[in-house]
Each structure stands twice: as structure tokens, then as C-alpha cells.
Design a binder for this molecule. Structure first.
Ligand SMILES: NC(=O)C1=CN([C@@H]2O[C@H](COP(=O)(O)OP(=O)(O)OC[C@H]3O[C@@H](n4cnc5c(N)ncnc54)[C@H](OP(=O)(O)O)[C@@H]3O)[C@@H](O)[C@H]2O)[C@@H](O)CC1
Ligand SMILES: [K+]
Length: 503
């Protein structure tokens, strides 16, 4: 699903009105009716007190329509108009009159702190104050009202966006914004719903298809693409019945040091479970018995050194090399890595200590084969590209970095971001249980396993990240977040592939 900016959504809005020959009031009615239907589905005529805070723009207009529908269904609704301006939108005014016709009553106006209503923690609050039209931080009594709503501890449903959250920049620490439990957003999610600095304000997220112009939605380039099952499925390449292991490539997994052989084991196993035809593992001698015993399906080559990598002399023609897990940063290992880079021309996957070696020896960057996949977590990224001001600045810096070196970059996080070919993809699978030792090693093996099967590195990164999260979700369902360990993600790759095609 594409992610659009506020300006693009406004354009989609205008085109929809023109091409579907409807009024903006009808579009608002359509969008807000879908929201009230969702609320009704969940509340099931409950007697809960619903308090709807409406701004005086179109987000407020949505709130008034939702109020009218819920009142018609018999809910106990109280509407408050947050009168931040005398400049009310046309559709706000139309729906203000319609609400009055339904209730024969005027909503309460909030014009200062004296008008703040009491909010009980058992109330159900709907935030329809500001949406994508917010263009400056909230001030004065409006900011205080937001704090008042948050402090009530009531359940908060935000319409389109939590009020106070900008669609295109990070709020300052002192800014007031709604901390929603649930956000129902129109047509496409907004980028800030997935950024580490702002995602917590959104709560659970539901996107409603309000039927905006199809032609625009499919032809317009998004700011990013959200990867869910539908998008991941499109990347999957089925296997031919008439094939042999040679068709699925040979992944060479290089890494490990004394006490860290487990990382290479996890990556190698993940590459096999993802479908690589052959996997060879290149490790220090101390890992030989461990690997051969724990993973008889892999071939093992050892360095002449017992405890670290000193010379990666593999004498093979692997389809992909996956480097760095548990490798340490010994000067001899760095030298060996440099030689490996100079002798490799196919895209590689670089993780963990491989990334740290590059961060500390930037001259290595020029030897990286084009389209290689780097898989940093935020700390590793910071070592690679330096500091950033905020999440938007980070995205810009990563785009510059990946484009200037022609790389694919997987930035791991609650929502993993994938950058490549000038585009940005946001993964929508996975869960907090996956923040556990070895989870990244498994991801490296999965992506390498896909590249070995001739997936383009960018497609391998996107699909790999999605499958990794999906497998983690399957584990968490059966085992809880706490008990999930990385080996479980590998073991459930089969279930993840099956689930990719199950609805
Ligand atoms: N696009 C679509 O497809 C559809 C959109 N729909 C809905 O419309 C919503 C967007 O509505 P909107 O454009 O009227 O903006 P909204 O967020 O209500 O803000 C209103 C005004 O507030 C002002 N303002 C800004 N910052 C401020 C501040 N700090 N303090 C005080 N005032 C401030 C600013 O006006 P200004 O003061 O700058 O003149 C701004 O114009 C969208 O989120 C969705 O809910 C659906 O109905 C149907 C389909
Ligand atoms: K809102």
C-alpha cells in the first residue's frame, strides 16, 4: 500500500470529487459513515458515554458526521466544538446544521480553558480536532485541551490522525499531541505512523478505503510503500517442478569467532530454511564440530585460525556471500574482509561486525559490490552515516548514502525500513518478541537465501524482512512475545511461506 503526503491526499480528494462527480460533502459523508460503521461494529450498542471533540475544519466535519450517525443508532453522544478559529470549513458548517436537525440541540463550544468538560476514564473519546491540515504546533488553551484529554486516561480514537501530529515533520518535545489508543485513517497510512519518534501516538491502526480516485492512487508515486501480505506475495517466485538444487544457488555464510559460532549457525540454517540450494559456512576452526553437528545440511570450511577469521580463502563461486555475524573486529579479520570484498563482484549481504568494520574503515565502502545489502540496526546505522536530527533527516541521509553507493539498506526496527533504487519500503509484519538475541542473524540468512535463489537484492530484502516478521508473528501466537527465541523464527519459516498464501 502506498503512503502519500498530505498534499497528495488533498489532490486525490479533488480528483475524486471531479471524476466521480460528487460533492466534497458527499465524500466526507462517505468517509465518516465508514468510521461510524466501524465504531458501531465494535461498541455493539454499548451504553458507554461517547465524547466527540470536533475542530472547525474538515477533520471536525468528519467528527460531526460520525456524531450524527452514532446518535441515530441510539448511542449516548456529547459533541464539543473546539473553536480554534472563526474560519470554519464549508463542510463543517453543512454538517453542523445537519447535526442540529438530528438532535434539536446545539453542541457545546470550547473557547478557553474554562469550557473544558470533565472526561471520565471510562468515557470513549473521539478526537476529530485536527487531521492532515495541521500546519503549526498547537498553542495556548488548545494545547492544554489536548493534555486534558490525554490526562483523562479515557480510551481515545483518533480520526485520520491524532491531533497535533504533523504528517510531514516531527513534533518538538514540548508540543502537545493526542496519544491515541486507536487511529482510523483514510485511504492510506501516513509516514509518521511508522517512524520511531511518532509511532507511539497512533495506537492500533486501521485504514479505511474511502474510494479515492483509483487512477491517481495507482499512477502517483508514493512517499513510501507499506509491505503487507499482499505486496510480499507479489514478490514470491514459485519453484518449477523440473528443477534441482543447482537452480537455487549456493549461499556462502562467513562469520563467527570464539564464543559466537551460534550467530553463523542461525544465519546458515535460515538460508537453508528459506530455500537456498546449497549453503557453505566459513568459520574459525573452533566452530567446525558445532556446525557439522547442529546443521548437517551445510558444508563447512574453516579458517586456519582457531578463534577468528584471518583469511577468507573459499575457492568457490557462490551465488551470494553473507558476511559479518559474530565475526568480531580483529585487525586480521578486517584485512581478510577487505580482500574478500576486493575479490567479490556479486552483491553481498553485510551484517553486524561487517557493518562496524565498514563504519571504522570507510575506505572499504568503495570495494562493496553494487546492490549489496546492508542490514544495520539504528546504532550500526549511526556509526555508518553519522548522527541525524530526527527521523525525517535520517531518511534523507540514508537515501543519500544508499544512492551514492548503489546499495540496498535494511534499517531494522519495530517497523523495518528498506531502502533501494531511490524508494523506501516499510515492513508491516513482526512483533516486539523479535527483539531478541540472534534475530538479526536469522534475517541475514533469510535474505541471503533469497538472493541465492536469484531474487534481486532489493526484492530479497523486502520479501525477506516480511517473511522474517511473519514467521515471528506465527511463533508469538503460539509461544508469547517473551518466550520467542531466534531459533523459533528459523523453525517457522515453513509456516511463514504457507501463510503467505493463506487468507
Ligand atoms: N483528503 C481527503 O481525502 C479527505 C479528508 N477528509 C478529512 O479532512 C481532513 C483535512 O481537513 P482540513 O484540510 O480542513 O484540515 P484540518 O486538519 O481539519 O485542519 C483545519 C485547519 O486548522 C488550521 N490549523 C492548522 N494548524 C493549526 C494550529 N496549530 N492551530 C490552530 N489552527 C490550525 C488550518 O487553517 P489555517 O489556520 O492555517 O487557515 C487548517 O486548515 C482530513 O484529515 C480528514 O479528516 C475527509 O473528510 C474526506 C476525505
Ligand atoms: K484527529
Amino acid at each position: 500500500m502506498k503512503i502519500f503526503s498530505a498534499a497528495q491526499l488533498k489532490k486525490a480528494d479533488e480528483l475524486t470529487i471531479k471524476n466521480q462527480n460528487i460533492s466534497s460533502t458527499e465524500l466526507m459523508e462517505r468517509a465518516a459513515s465508514l468510521v461510524s460503521a466501524e465504531i458501531h461494529k465494535r461498541l455493539q450498542n454499548s451504553d458507554i458515554a461517547i465524547k466527540i471533540f470536533c475542530g472547525v475544519g474538515n477533520n471536525g466535519g468528519d467528527g460531526l458526521v460520525i456524531a450524527r450517525h452514532l446518535i441515530e443508532k441510539g448511542y449516548r453522544v456529547k459533541v464539543f466544538v473546539v473553536n480554534y478559529s472563526d474560519n470554519r470549513s464549508n463542510d463543517f458548517l453543512i454538517n453542523y446544521d445537519r447535526l442540529k436537525e438530528t438532535t434539536n440541540d446545539w453542541p457545546e463550544y470550547i473557547k478557553s480553558e474554562h469550557d473544558f468538560p470533565e472526561i471520565d476514564q471510562n468515557d470513549f473519546v473521539i478526537d476529530a480536532i485536527f487531521g492532515i491540515g495541521l500546519n503549526r504546533p498547537l498553542e495556548g488553551w488548545i494545547a492544554k485541551l489536548i493534555d486534558h484529554i490525554n490526562n483523562s486516561k479515557a480510551f481515545i480514537l483518533a480520526i485520520d490522525m491524532p491531533s497535533g501530529l504533523f504528517s510531514d515533520r516531527i513534533p518538538k518535545k514540548e508540543d502537545s499531541l493526542i496519544l491515541a489508543n486507536f487511529t482510523i485513517s483514510f485511504q492510506t497510512p501516513k509516514l509518521v505512523f511508522f517512524l520511531p519518534q511518532t509511532m507511539d501516538y497512533v495506537g492500533d491502526l486501521q485504514i479505511l478505503d474511502i474510494g479515492l480516485d483509483r487512477e491517481f492512487l495507482s499512477s502517483e508515486k508514493g512517499k513510501a510503500e507499506l509491505i503487507s501480505k499482499h505486496e510480499a506475495r507479489l514478490l514470491y517466485k514459485p519453484r518449477k517442478s523440473n528443477s534441482h538444487k543447482g537452480n537455487y544457488g549456493h549461499a556462502l555464510v562467513v562469520g563467527g569467532s570464539y564464543g559466537k559460532i551460534g550467530s553463523v549457525l542461525l544465519s546458515s540454517k535460515a538460508a537453508l530454511r528459506t530455500g537456498a540450494g546449497l549453503v557453505s559456512t566459513y568459520i574459525p576452526k573452533c566452530g567446525y564440530s558445532i556446525l557439522q553437528t547442529a546443521l548437517p545440511e551445510a558444508m563447512v570450511i574453516t579458517d586456519k585460525n582457531d578463534e577468528k577469521l584471518t583469511n577468507i580463502d573459499h575457492k568457490m563461486d557462490p551465488s551470494v556471500i553473507c558476511f559479518g555475524m559474530g565475526a568480531g573486529k580483529d585487525p586480521e579479520t578486517i584485512e581478510a574482509f577487505k580482500k574478500l570484498l576486493q575479490n567479490t563482484h556479486k552483491p553481498m549481504l553485510i551484517d553486524a561486525d561487517g557493518l562496524n568494520m565498514i563504519a571504522e574503515n570507510k575506505e572499504l565502502l568503495k570495494f562493496l559490490p553494487k546492490k549489496s545489502v546492508l542490514t544495520p540496526h539504528p546504532k550500526e546505522l549511526q556509526r555508518l552515516i553519522g548522527d541525524w536530527k530526527d527521523d525525517f533527516d535520517k531518511i534523507e541521509k540514508v537515501q543519500d548514502f544508499t544512492q551514492s553507493h548503489d546499495l540496498v539498506l535494511v534499517l531494522k526496527g519495530s517497523h523495518t525500513f528498506i531502502f533501494g533504487d531511490g524508494h523506501m519500503y516499510i515492513n508491516n509484519s513482526g512483533n516486539p518478541g523479535m527483539a531478541t538475541a540472534g534475530s538479526g542473524d536469522v534475517l541475514s540468512g533469510i535474505i541471503a537465501g533469497l538472493i541465492s535463489q536469484q531474487y534481486e537484492p532489493l526484492a530479497a530484502a523486502i520479501l525477506g524482512v516480511y517473511l522474517h516478521g511473519l514467521s515471528g508473528d506465527i511463533v508469538a501466537e503460539n509461544r508469547s512475545y517473551q518466550a520467542l527465541i531466534s531459533g523459533d523464527i528459523v523453525e517457522n519459516m515453513g509456516a511463514a511461506f504457507q501463510s503467505l498464501f493463506a487468507d
